[in-house]
Ligand binder design. Structure first.
Ligand SMILES: [Zn+2]
Length: 336
C-alpha cells in the first residue's frame, strides 16, 4: 500500500514479507532505496532461507529507525484463535469510510505442529505468514507458500471459524501442486483466484517453467469451487517440471504470467471486479539478442555485472541461438 507525498517520496505504509525465500525478497533492495519510505514492516521473523539477506536488511532498517518504522516478526505463539492484529500489522485507517481490517493467521511456528516431520519444520515455506484482509463484506486471503501439511494445521486451527472463508484467494505457492489442498479450498470457497507466477517461456531456474506453475490439477480444483467467470483465455498449464500444455481458463482465475498486472477492486458490499480484464495472454519475453542492459537486469539471477557481460559478449560474438550459449558469457559458467 503506497501513498505519494508532495516531496516526491513514496510512502509504503505497510510492507508484508511472507517468508524469506528469494522469489519473495527480490524486490526488497528496490524499496530500501529512495524514493520509498517504509512505515511498517511485518515478517515471520525467520532469518534463514534463500532470501534471508533481504529480510535481515528490512529488520535492520526498522530497528535503526524504531521511532519511525513499526516492526512485527510474528510467531505462532502470538496468534490466538481469532488471529493476530495490531497497529503495525494493520495501520490502515480510512476516516469516514469502511475500514479495511488485516489479520495474520499463521507465522513462524515455534514448535513442531502435529503431523509435521523434521523436513516440514525446516522448510521456510511452512512458516509463511497467512494474511486475511476484510473490507466490509469483501475478503482476501494470502497463504504465502504454505505447503500441504501446514495447510492442514491451518484448517485444523481455523476450520470451525469463518476466518478462512474468502472471496479472493491469492493461490498458495504460485499454483504449485502442493500449495492448495482440497481441504483448504473447501474452506476458502473463493469467488476469484489470483496466481503470482511467471511465464512458462522464461526458461531459467526458480521460475514457473522450472516447477510447472501453475499446476493444471490445481487449476481444475479451483475451478470446481470458483463461482465467477472470466473472459476465456488460452494459456499454458503446468503438467510438471518444464512441462506445459494448452489450456483454456474460463473461471475467474487470473495470473500474472498470463494477465500481466492484475488490478482487482472490491466494494464494501463484497462485489469484486478485475479492472484490467484481457483475453490474450501478455508477452513480455526479453530478447537476449536485443535487450538493453536495464532490461536484462530485470531477469532472475542477472544483476548489473551479468547484464553488462551479456551486452559485452554480444558486441564480439554471434547472436545467441539457444539458452546454453549463455554459458560462454563471462560470469555464467555452468551455473545456469
Ligand atoms: Zn515462493
Amino acid at each position: 500500500m503506497k501513498t505519494f507525498s508532495r516531496s516526491g517520496l513514496i510512502s509504503i505504509i505497510l510492507f508484508y514479507l511472507t517468508h524469506p525465500h528469494i522469489d519473495h525478497t527480490r524486490g526488497v533492495s528496490v524499496i530500501l532505496k529512495a524514493p520509498y519510505v517504509i512505515k511498517n514492516v511485518v515478517t515471520n521473523g525467520l532469518e534463514k532461507g534463500s532470501g534471508k539477506s533481504g529480510q535481515i536488511a528490512l529488520h535492520r532498517l526498522a530497528q535503526e529507525n524504531e521511532d519511525k518504522i513499526g516492526l512485527e516478526a510474528i510467531k505462532t505463539n502470538r496468534i490466538g484463535a481469532t488471529g493476530f492484529t495490531n497497529t503495525v500489522a494493520d495501520p490502515i485507517t480510512c476516516p469516514g469510510g469502511t475500514e479495511p481490517k488485516i489479520t495474520v493467521l499463521w507465522g513462524q511456528s515455534v514448535s513442531t505442529p502435529t503431523g509435521w516431520n523434521q523436513s516440514d519444520f525446516v522448510n521456510p515455506n511452512n512458516h509463511s505468514l497467512v494474511i486475511r484482509v476484510d473490507y466490509g463484506k469483501a475478503s482476501f486471503l494470502i497463504t504465502g507458500d504454505l505447503e500441504d501439511k501446514a495447510q492442514h494445521s491451518l484448517v485444523t486451527k481455523y476450520g470451525s471459524s469463518p476466518l478462512l472463508d474468502a472471496d479472493v484467494y491469492l493461490v498458495g505457492h504460485h499454483g504449485s501442486k502442493n500449495g492448495s489442498s482440497q481441504e483448504l479450498i473447501d474452506k476458502i470457497t473463493p469467488k476469484m483466484a489470483l496466481i503470482g507466477c511467471g511465464q512458462p517461456s522464461r526458461e531459467y531456474m526458480w521460475t514457473a517453467w522450472a516447477y510447472g506453475h501453475p499446476n493444471k490439477g490445481i487449476l481444475q480444483r479451483l475451478e470446481n469451487k470458483i463461482t465467477l467467470a472470466r473472459e476465456p483465455i488460452d494459456i499454458q498449464a503446468g503438467d510438471g517440471a518444464h512441462k506445459f500444455s494448452d489450456y483454456t481458463e474460463t473461471k475467474a482465475i487470473y495470473a500474472t504470467g498470463w494477465d500481466g498486472n492484475v488490478v482487482l477492486e472490491a466494494t464494501a458490499d463484497g462485489k469484486w471486479q478485475n479492472v484490467n480484464e484481457i483475453t490474450e495472454p501478455v508477452s513480455n519475453l526479453i530478447n537476449m539478442n536485443s535487450a538493453d542492459q536495464a532490461q536484462l537486469e530485470t531477469l532472475p539471477g542477472i544483476g548489473e555485472v551479468r547484464a553488462k557481460a551479456i551486452v559485452d559478449y554480444r558486441k564480439q560474438h554471434e547472436p545467441f541461438t539457444k539458452i546454453d550459449d549463455l554459458r560462454n558469457v563471462h560470469g555464467f559458467g555452468t551455473n545456469l
